[in-house]
Write a protein that binds this ligand. Structure first.
Ligand SMILES: [Fe+2]
Ligand SMILES: [Fe+2]
Length: 188
């Protein structure tokens, strides 16, 4: 399997972990419970600083090659680049809603959770489509030279959150991820 696709799948697994964290916070907020604004702001910041800079542009490169090799498969996948732009737009809406709700606690909870869910759902649906349609189509259509060309152009940046040691601004979120499946007694 192409190294590129394995890496993109690994990124997806990581994004699914972030979706679980968003779900927990959204659920709590919609039930009138606490909401960790800082944590969710960090999730959105990470999405802008890693997937938007490395993951989506790499997929766009793969998609260009797929369309050139197999026009029909490209059509079935749809407009991937536009979906990436739309995800960015939904993240900006979510981020703006997060700022508003922090400054004005009288804003309806439903209004905020709708913005949060729009983003969360679009991201999960997009990942699912790529895993079931886009990646299999790319794996069967792209040649070894195509993968080499993608590799040469793709931005190779270390993941600032999921690496062994997270960057300073992501440490609190990293700790939540590390502790996620641990019983409370084992958390540092
Ligand atoms: Fe994507
Ligand atoms: Fe993706």
């Amino acid at each position: 399997m192409s190294q590129i696709i394995s890496k993109l799948q690994e990124d997806h697994k990581r994004m699914m972990v972030l979706i679980k964290i968003m779900d927990r916070e959204i659920e709590s907020f919609s039930n009138g419970g606490p909401f960790d604004y800082f944590l969710i702001e960090t999730v959105l910041d990470y999405m802008r600083n890693f997937p938007d800079l490395c993951h989506h542009p790499t997929e766009d490169l793969v998609f260009e090659r797929l369309k050139a090799r197999d026009e029909k498969a490209g059509e079935i996948v749809g407009d991937l680049t536009a979906e990436h732009e739309e995800l960015g737009e939904l993240a900006r809406w979510f981020s703006a809603a997060l700022n508003s709700v922090q400054q004005d606690t009288t804003l309806p909870r439903d209004w905020f959770t709708a913005r949060a869910r729009d983003y969360r759902e679009a991201l999960a649906k997009h990942i699912q489509m790529e895993e079931t349609l886009f990646f299999p189509a790319a794996l069967s259509a792209l040649t070894a030279d195509d993968w080499k060309a993608v590799e040469a152009k793709a931005l190779n940046k270390d993941d600032p959150l999921f690496g062994h040691k997270a960057d300073r601004e992501y440490r609190a979120l990293h700790k939540v991820i590390v502790d996620w499946d641990k019983p409370a007694s084992e958390r540092a």
